[in-house]
Design a protein around this ligand. Structure first.
Ligand SMILES: Cc1cc2nc3c(=O)[nH]c(=O)nc-3n(C[C@H](O)[C@H](O)[C@H](O)COP(=O)(O)OP(=O)(O)OC[C@H]3O[C@@H](n4cnc5c(N)ncnc54)[C@H](O)[C@@H]3O)c2cc1C
Length: 381
C-alpha cells in the first residue's frame, strides 16, 4: 500500500492489519472450502468498531469519511478471500451507509446500531433473473395499500442474501414515471412472503453467500421506504458510484497482494541454475505487473480524492472501476503463470486470487457498462 497517500491513517491501517491477519487470515482457507464464513465475522469486526466507518457516532459508528473507508478497503482487501471482504464491505460501507443516509428515523433506530455491531446483517438487491446491466427494466413491483406497501418479485446474485436480516430492495412503484418510478424499501427478511429460493454455487467468492430471493406479497410499513417514494433510482446511482470505488480499491489490494506473492516465489524458485526472477521472460512479467499497479493506484486514488471532496466523479470512478478491476485479473493471471504448475494448485495463493478477482469486472456494473458510462460522461455517446 502507498503509505504516503493514507499517511493520516497509518495507525488505523496497522491496527486493522494486525487484527485481521491474526483473527481472520488463519481461517480463510477452511471457510473457502466449507463454502461459508460464519456470521461471527461480522460481530468480531463490529466489536472493533470496523463496521461503523461511515456511520454517525449516534448509531455507534465513528463518523469517518470516504478516505478512511478507502484505507480500510485497501488493508482489509489484503485478505485472500474477496467474497468475504466484499460481503463485509457491502454490509458496512454500502448498505449500512445507505440506511444512515436515507433511512427514516424508525428504520435507523430499529436496524442501524445493531448493523454497526454486526448483530444484524444487510444486503442490497438490484439485480433480477431477467436484468442486471439493464437495471431500468427490473420487474419487482410495490403497490401501496393504506399505510403499507406490498412487494412482489424476485432478485438474484444477492451478496449476503441468505444470511441477511434486512435487504434494501429496489422496486418499481410507478411504471409511468420513468426514473422517478423506482423506490427502495428496507425489507425485514423474517416477514411472511420473503424467502431465499436458492444459494448460488460459484467459481470464486466461495465463502460468500450469493442468493436468489423471492418476494410474494411481502407487506412493509410505509416507514420502510428509504428516503422518499420515487427516489430509488437516484439513490442507487449514488450508492453504486461509491460501491464501484470500493470494488476498485479492493481489486487494487488484491492485485498488490498477489503481485507480492509472485515476487516472493520468483526469488525462491530456481530453473536452469538461476532464480527465475533473473530470467528476462519472468522479470518482464513482473515489471509489467508493477507498472499496471502504479497506474491502478494513481487512477483509483484520484477518483477517491474527488469522491471524498464531494466533487463530481462519475467519469473517474467508472474509469477506475474498469481499469483497476480488469488489470487485477490480468495481474492474478500472470502471478499464476509465474508459479508454473504450482500456480494451478491450491497450495499457493494465485489460484484463489484469480478466481476471486475475476468477478470484479462483472459485479457492481460490468466493465462494458463502465465504458458506456465514461463515454456518456464525456458526451461521446
Ligand atoms: C457473486 C456475485 C455477487 C453479486 N452481488 C450482487 C448484489 O449484492 N446485489 C445486486 O443487486 N447484484 C449483485 N450481483 C449482480 C451483478 O451486479 C450483475 O451480475 C452485473 O451487474 C451484470 O448483470 P448480468 O449478470 O445480468 O449481466 P447482463 O446484464 O446480462 O450482461 C451480460 C453481458 O452483456 C454485456 N452488456 C449488457 N449490456 C451492455 C451494453 N449496453 N453495452 C455493452 N455491453 C453490455 C455485459 O457487459 C456482459 O458482458 C452479483 C453478481 C455476482 C456474480
Amino acid at each position: 500500500m502507498q503509505t504516503d497517500y493514507y499517511r493520516e491513517h497509518t495507525i488505523f491501517i496497522e491496527s486493522v492489519r494486525r487484527f485481521t491477519q491474526s483473527t481472520l487470515a488463519p481461517h480463510l482457507t477452511a471457510w473457502e472450502e466449507a463454502g461459508n464464513f460464519p456470521d461471527e465475522v461480522f460481530t468480531l469486526l463490529g466489536d472493533q468498531g470496523f463496521l461503523g466507518i461511515l456511520i454517525p457516532e449516534e448509531y455507534g459508528g465513528i463518523g469517518g469519511d470516504y478516505k478512511l473507508a478507502g484505507a480500510w478497503c485497501e488493508v482489509f482487501g489484503e485478505l485472500c478471500a474477496v467474497g468475504l471482504t466484499t460481503g463485509v464491505n457491502m454490509h458496512s460501507l454500502v448498505i449500512s451507509h445507505a440506511l444512515s443516509q436515507y433511512g427514516t428515523t424508525e428504520s435507523k433506530d430499529q436496524w442501524l446500531a445493531e448493523a454497526v455491531q454486526g448483530k444484524k446483517i444487510g444486503a442490497y438487491a438490484f439485480t433480477e433473473p431477467g436484468c442486471g446491466s439493464d437495471l431500468a427494466s427490473l420487474r419487482t413491483k410495490a403497490t401501496k395499500d393504506g399505510q403499507h406497501w406490498t412487494i412482489n418479485g424476485s432478485k438474484t446474485f444477492i451478496t449476503n442474501g441468505a444470511r441477511a436480516h434486512f435487504v434494501l430492495m429496489l422496486a418499481r412503484t410507478d411504471p409511468s414515471a420513468g426514473y422517478k418510478g423506482f423506490t427502495t424499501f428496507l425489507v425485514d427478511t423474517s416477514l411472511p412472503g420473503f424467502s431465499v429460493s436458492r444459494k448460488l454455487d460459484k467459481v470464486g467468492w466461495r465463502s460468500s453467500d450469493t442468493a436468489e430471493l423471492t418476494l410474494e406479497n411481502v407487506k412493509v410499513h410505509e416507514n420502510c421506504v428509504l428516503g422518499k417514494v420515487g427516489e430509488g433510482w437516484f439513490q442507487a446511482t449514488s450508492n453504486l458510484n461509491w460501491e464501484r470505488m470500493m470494488l476498485a480499491l479492493t481489486s487494487l489490494a488484491g492485485g498488490r497482494a498477489v503481485f507480492r506473492d509472485a515476487v516472493r516465489y520468483a526469488k525462491d524458485r530456481v530453473a536452469f541454475g538461476e532464480k527465475i526472477i533473473d530470467i528476462p521472460a519472468v522479470s518482464s512479467m513482473l515489471s509489467e505487473m508493477s507498472r499496471k499497479l502504479d497506474r491502478a493506484e494513481a487512477i483509483s486514488h484520484h477518483a477517491l480524492d474527488l469522491l471524498a471532496s464531494d466533487a463530481p466523479c462519475k467519469l473517474e470512478v467508472s474509469l477506475a472501476k474498469r481499469l483497476v478491476c480488469d488489470d487485477a485479473v490480468w495481474i492474478a493471471d500472470r502471478a499464476l503463470q509465474i508459479h508454473g504448475g504450482y500456480g494451478y494448485t491450491k497450495e499457493f495463493s494465485p489460484e484463489r486470487w484469480w478466481r476471486d478477482l475475476r468477478l470484479m469486472p462483472i459485479g457492481g456494473g460490468t466493465s462494458e457498462i463502465m465504458a458506456n458510462i465514461a463515454l456518456k460522461e464525456l458526451d461521446i455517446i
